[in-house]
Design a protein around this ligand. Sequence first.
Ligand code: IPD
Ligand code: CA
Ligand code: CA
Length: 279
Amino acid sequence: MADGDALLELAVSIAREAGEMLLAKRPARPEVLATKSSPTDVVTALDRAAEELIRARIRQARPQDAILGEEGGETPGLSGPSGAGSTPGLSGVDRVKWVVDPIDGTVNFLYGLPDWAVSIAVEVDGEIVAGVVHNVPRGEIFTAVRGGGAWLAGERLRCNTGVPLAQALVATGFGYGAERRRVQAEVLAQVVPGVRDIRRGGSCAVDLCSVAAGRVDAYYERGTNYWDWAAAGLIAAEAGARFAGLNGKPANPELTLSAAPGLFEELHDLLAPLDPERG
Ligand code: IPD
Ligand code: CA
Ligand code: CA
């Protein structure tokens, strides 16, 4: 049996340290170091520095574990009975993988907008058991351990329930490619008239934590990656929301969707005929 609490404790201390480093080193206007999938998909030196720091801290504490990070890709773990490391509660056969987005919301980070976060999730034998999202500018640390609820500043989080779609505040986001955005805008044009309003916060991880905290009622997005929602998806689910893909699929890069049961199905049924996975 995996000890999610011990893994979470380590994840929180690393996310806190990475956040402090980013705040201390963030210049007034961070410089774009390179672009990735499109000219607007940017990476700064601090995205890389934060991921390096996170990787170094994981390796120091648990050298056998695998790490998947947005900037550095996948580093396999060491096999063998030592794979459980020194965390109490982990048996010799547990395989642990850390899933890291060093800055989720890099464009907000670049522009000095307040919603960007360090996101760290921990998988044991293929299942996410713990996650932390550190919204650094706001000083908020969202956490969850599977089966143990979602938490912020000592308060247990509960998503909003009983909200009909027409009254729902719905967060979403856009990809970095022009063609994908055209389709996303087309889908959104069909969603806007049926809901209270839309929010585009700029960080998938923060959006899902906002579902958990009842700051929005629902979230959906096409084209996010595992590291964007590995931690925050668990946080939303532990706050009572459904977190999944379209048509019974688990959350996946084609589409992720989250809301309380009831609203989840209403939003799902609005989206599904619009074929939001295209583009
Ligand atoms: C992005 C953010 C954004 C979402 C994009 C992501 P990044 O992550 O989560 O909200 O709309 O799809 O790629 O690039 O800031 O780590
Ligand atoms: Ca991201
Ligand atoms: Ca990122």
